[in-house]
Design a protein around this ligand. Structure first.
Ligand SMILES: NC(=O)c1ccc[n+]([C@@H]2O[C@H](COP(=O)([O-])OP(=O)(O)OC[C@H]3O[C@@H](n4cnc5c(N)ncnc54)[C@H](O)[C@@H]3O)[C@@H](O)[C@H]2O)c1
Length: 324
């Protein structure tokens, strides 16, 4: 084994896809997951880890614990070369209900991990951020836009970004901050994002709900494209840099429904039942980001089309139907 990567939140949606990617493509990397199973999905996670070939004896290890626990973080970082920091409170709505819990997990958790990484041999620390620090404005967004978050989640991610920058400039840890757009793909069964919740409802024969007329747009990125950006970022020379990881394409909710109708048309068992409700207060109409900086510095190039990514995600959701 040449390199050891610690993945915090490795049992979540993006974490499991990252683990899958490394096991398939980078045989010489060993993996350690640190996750507190706050998503309460142990049974499903262990089924997925089995299916993707994560065996605890094979350079793969899981530590059940919390990123806010200093002892656990120190133990988790032993012998580690790179950190992919994904663990977080991930929902805007959840952060609105409990901003303090959001702060604790996303700011103090990140700070604890960074602090435990000081005076170690960590070569690179990647932090998962989001478009939420940016706040309102006219898309496309880029890294130069002054962040003005409008949710506690956005504020906590912005603060965590700032600490990554501090630890890069003052303590010499090479950090990279990746602002993910709307990620979709396999193993996202528990997520409440548009594509995941639509798919789950269709497969469970429930109605899907659109708020407003469906013309609102988002920048949907397939998880494998996102993972290529995480992997490429370790070769990047800049430390403390922020990069938007997106597709630079805006797709409306109506377009997603159109794709789903076409894809499910050939599957006899499923039909799509759409319920329309009033537009939600605070829902932005358009959202997408430019990726020129990531293209240039990380050689990032998203490859998977929306149709192809949705098709792969449908197949995965149907395969795991009994775990939805
Ligand atoms: N999914 C997206 O569309 C999206 C978009 C932007 C940013 N992100 C960011 O990417 C990261 C991963 O997101 P995801 O969609 O995989 O979320 P997820 O909820 O599926 O996974 C998060 C994982 O972190 C673990 N976790 C949470 N708090 C923890 C703690 N204190 N200690 C240890 N483990 C903890 C959870 O148990 C879970 O397994 C998050 O930081 C999120 O904010 C995700």
């Amino acid at each position: 084994m040449n390199k050891k990567i610690l993945i915090t939140g490795g049992c979540g949606f993006i974490g499991l896809n990252f683990v899958n990617y490394i096991l398939k493509n980078k045989k010489k990397i060993s993996l350690r997951i640190l996750d507190n199973f706050s998503n309460k999905n142990k049974k499903r996670v262990s089924k997925i880890l089995d299916a993707i070939g994560f065996k605890e004896t094979d350079g793969c290890q899981i530590i059940e614990g919390d990123i806010r626990d200093k002892k656990i973080c120190k133990k988790s970082l032993e012998g580690v070369d790179e950190v992919v920091h994904l663990a977080a409170n991930t929902g805007v709505n959840q952060s609105m209900k409990d901003p303090i819990s959001d702060l604790n997990n996303n700011i103090l958790g990140t700070l604890n991990l960074l602090e435990c990484s000081r005076n170690t041999n960590i070569e690179h620390f990647v932090m998962a951020s989001s478009g939420a620090p940016i706040g309102l404005g006219h898309p496309p967004f880029n890294e130069k836009k002054l962040p003005k978050p409008i949710s506690p989640y956005g504020a906590s991610k912005l603060s965590a970004e700032a600490y990554c920058h501090v630890y890069s400039k003052s303590f010499g840890i090479k950090t990279t901050i990746l602002r993910f757009s709307n990620v979709y793909g396999p193993y996202s069964f528990h997520k409440t994002s548009v594509i995941s919740s639509f798919l789950k409802n269709i497969i469970l024969k429930k109605q899907i709900t659109i708020f407003g007329n469906g013309s609102q747009t988002r920048d949907f990125i397939y998880v494998d494209d996102l993972i290529s950006a995480i992997v490429q970022s370790s070769r990047n020379k800049e430390s403390g840099g922020i990069y938007h990881i997106a597709t630079q394409k805006e797709s409306s909710i109506n377009r997603i429904i159109q794709i789903l109708k076409k894809e499910f048309h050939e599957k006899e068992d499923y039909s799509i039942n759409v319920k329309k409700l009033d537009k939600r207060i605070g829902d932005v109409q358009r959202n997408f980001a430019t990726i020129n900086k990531a293209k240039k510095n990380l050689k990032f190039k998203p490859k998977i089309s929306l149709v192809c990514g949705i098709r792969k995600t449908i197949d995965n959701f149907i395969e795991y139907k009994k775990y939805l």
